[in-house]
Design a protein around this ligand. Structure first.
Ligand SMILES: [Zn+2]
Length: 268
C-alpha cells in the first residue's frame, strides 16, 4: 500500500499565464485551463502509479468548487476531494505516505509567473524570519502529520522555492518567467515561456515516477512548535480586518503579527 495526496493549483500549469482570462471562473479560457491542469494531473497520477502508488487523492486547491480540475476528465485511479473549500487540503491523515504539489506558483514578490500568496492581497508573509507562500504552508500542513513532500511541478520560481525548503524534492519545471506585465494586488502577471502541454505532461509523469523512490529519504517539512507570524498587505483595509482578532498585534498600517502555537492559528 502506498498512499499519495496531490495538492493542485492552476497558476503553475503549462500554458497558463493570464490570471483574469485563465484563472478566474468567468474567464474566457478558464475551462481550457482546467482541462490542461487535469491532463497534467493525470500524467502525474500515471507516473505515481508506475512508481508504486496504490491509492491516490487529489485536492483541487484553486479556490472552492470546481477548484481548477475538470472531474469529467479525471484519471481512472485518481480520487478527487471535492468542495473542501479553499481553507486548505482536506481528507488526509497519517496513513498517507507522501504529498505532491502540482501546478504551484511562487510566493508574492518572488518574480514568478502569476506569483502570489493566497489571495492577491498579502504582500509578504513571514513565519519567524522566513518568508513563506503557498508551497511552504502546504508542505508544513502535511509535515505536521509526518507526511513528506516529494514532488513539485510549476514554473522555475516555484521550483526554486520548493527546493529551498526541501533540497532533495523532485521537480518538473514547465514554465519560465520573463519581464513583468501588470500587477493585480500583490499578484504579478508576467510574460512567460511555457513548455507545450504535452511536453509538460511527459516531464511531470517522469518526475512523479522518480519521486516515489524518495519517499523514505525525504523528511517532512515542518514549522517550529511555536512561531511568530507576520503578514504585510498591499493596503491597510486588509490589515483592518484582522486588527481586533484575538492575539493580533498591529505593527503598522499594512502589517499585523500574531504568536502562533499551531498551524490553525495562522491568519492572513
Ligand atoms: Zn490558484
Amino acid at each position: 500500500m502506498m498512499k499519495v495526496y496531490i495538492v493542485c493549483d492552476i497558476e503553475g500549469v503549462a500554458g497558463v499565464a493570464d490570471f483574469k482570462k485563465q484563472c478566474m471562473e468567468k474567464g474566457a479560457y478558464f475551462q481550457q485551463a482546467m482541462r490542461m491542469a487535469t491532463h497534467e494531473l493525470n500524467a502525474l497520477v500515471e507516473g505515481a502509479i508506475e512508481g508504486g502508488a496504490t491509492e491516490i487523492y487529489a485536492w483541487p486547491g484553486h479556490g472552492d468548487f470546481p477548484g481548477g480540475i475538470d472531474v469529467e476528465l479525471l484519471h481512472l485511479e485518481c480520487n478527487l476531494v471535492m468542495h473542501a473549500g479553499d481553507q486548505g487540503p482536506a481528507g488526509f491523515d497519517e496513513s498517507f505516505d507522501a504529498m505532491m504539489l502540482h501546478g504551484l506558483h511562487g510566493m508574492a514578490g518572488s518574480g514568478g509567473v502569476l506569483a502570489h500568496s493566497f489571495y492577491p492581497f498579502p504582500k509578504n508573509i513571514w513565519v519567524d524570519d522566513i518568508k513563506i507562500g503557498e508551497i511552504a504552508l502546504n508542505m508544513a500542513t502535511f509535515g505536521a502529520t509526518g507526511i513528506p513532500t516529494i514532488l513539485v511541478t510549476g514554473d522555475s520560481v516555484a521550483i526554486n522555492e520548493a527546493r529551498s525548503l526541501v533540497p532533495r524534492i523532485t521537480c518538473a519545471t514547465v514554465k519560465w518567467p520573463l519581464g513583468e506585465k501588470e500587477k493585480l494586488g500583490a499578484l504579478s502577471v508576467r510574460r512567460a515561456v511555457t513548455l507545450s502541454p504535452k511536453k509538460a505532461q511527459q516531464a511531470i509523469k517522469k518526475a512523479a515516477r522518480e519521486s516515489m523512490y524518495l519517499i523514505d529519504s525525504i523528511e517532512p517539512y515542518t514549522f517550529p512548535d511555536e512561531f511568530d507570524l507576520k503578514v504585510e498587505y498591499v493596503e491597510a483595509k486588509y490589515a483592518d480586518n484582522f486588527a481586533s482578532a484575538p492575539g493580533v498585534e498591529r505593527i503598522d498600517e499594512v502589517t499585523i503579527a500574531k504568536r502562533c502555537h499551531s498551524l490553525e492559528d495562522i491568519i492572513f
